[in-house]
Ligand binder design. Structure first.
Ligand SMILES: Nc1ncnc2c1ncn2[C@@H]1O[C@H](COP(=O)(O)OP(=O)(O)OP(=O)(O)O)[C@@H](O)[C@H]1O
Ligand SMILES: [Mg+2]
Length: 336
């Protein structure tokens, strides 16, 4: 048991082997008088030490909000974000959060956020300046990282004068600068072609082996799951399922493991819901094989709302479909 010096909050380290634990994280955007958007609806999961964890989900499903909340850049509306030493980031004052982040987390943003007027070398050096690492050590570390990532020959260029893939490597080197135990990468392959994307994902796998760092990679592209130890799926701010190594990214709906989350919710696959044609009441029975859900009563076709277009992306929606085949957005289907 120990106490943080700043806040005198009692903290207990996480169980051995865990780097981070998110517990019932909610985030609501919008001020008092504005329309609110509930971007995260009670997200709970662990990241293990040395693990590469993927989070995949369509645009707008809450990936960036989740990463920003875990990294302390955004204050969750409710919930806890606990690191291995027991620090709950949501309870720290802003200044301490900043310090904690600088020393423990590397962050690769969706928009790389490189400083445009500084050379790539100076960009990578910046996090080390912030923790007052001596000049010689900074220089050595920058060289080591740039050589490792194959961008040393681009050290004098500003970000605008190098390719998208090279910019991504600069962002990765900057995230690795202070040897963090955990790296968050938001769409790390978002702005590059598929060949560069594979190279970057392979690089993460190598770095993970070399450095015992945990990675949390999020992307709208399920192929990321091929490069991770485990992948979680997020939809509308809820974690709906998990894929272990060997993800079948061509058919997530059939291959996902369903999760009963911290709040005892379970999200049924789209395939099951559409075959049951929108029935909303079920009786249930525990059998020797598992839980059997039985739709109650006959299907009342006339009560079903015909949804023609996705309200999120505008795609045409085929009959008996309850989430958008293009963007994955959940469509309102219950009309009582
Ligand atoms: N600053 C904001 N104010 C209000 N709503 C926001 C804000 N940022 C995001 N949202 C909304 O919150 C939800 C989740 O957004 P988020 O950016 O986390 O999604 P994402 O999964 O990262 O999407 P993408 O793949 O497009 O990056 C979306 O409905 C989005 O419109
Ligand atoms: Mg995003």
């Amino acid at each position: 048991m120990m106490y943080t010096t700043e806040s005198k909050i009692k903290i207990e380290p996480l169980p051995e082997g865990l780097t981070l634990q998110a517990i019932d994280v909610y985030h609501v955007y919008g001020l008092e008088h504005q329309n609110k958007v509930v971007a995260l609806r009670g997200v709970s999961f662990d990241i293990k030490k040395g693990e590469t964890l993927g989070i995949i989900g369509p645009s707008g499903s809450g990936k960036s909000t989740l990463l920003l909340s875990l990294g302390g850049m955004l204050k969750p509306t409710a919930g806890q974000v606990i690191y291995s030493d027991g620090t709950d980031l949501t309870k720290l004052p802003e200044e301490s959060q900043f310090k904690f982040r600088r020393n423990n987390i590397g962050y690769i943003f969706q928009e790389q956020n490189l400083i445009p007027y500084l050379s790539t070398e100076k960009n990578i050096e910046m996090p080390m300046r912030l923790v007052n690492l001596p000049f010689a050590e900074r220089k050595n570390r920058v060289k080591e990282l740039m050589e490792r990532l194959g961008i040393w020959h681009r050290r004098a260029h500003t970000p605008k004068r190098i390719s998208g893939g090279e910019q991504q490597r600069v962002a990765i080197a900057r995230a690795l600068a202070n040897n963090p135990k955990l790296i968050f990468a938001d769409e790390p392959t978002g702005n590059v072609d598929s060949e560069t994307s594979t190279q970057i994902l392979e690089l993460f796998m190598e770095l993970k082996k070399e450095m015992e760092t945990s990675f949390l990679l999020c992307s709208h592209d399920p192929v990321v799951g091929e490069f991770t130890d485990r992948t979680l799926e997020i939809r509308d701010g809820i974690l709906i399922g998990e894929h272990l190594e060997g993800i079948d990214f061509t058919d997530l709906d059939s291959s996902r493991l369903l999760v009963i989350d911290n709040q005892n919710r379970i999200t049924l696959p789209e395939k099951a819901i559409s075959q049951l044609k929108g029935t909303i009441l079920y009786t249930w029975e525990l059998t020797n094989k598992g839980i059997l859900l039985m739709p109650l009563g006959a299907k009342e076709e006339k009560k079903e709302r015909k949804i023609k277009y996705c309200t999120t992306c505008g795609a045409d929606i085929p009959p008996d479909t309850y989430s958008c085949p293009r963007c994955g957005a959940k469509l309102t289907r219950i009309v009582r």
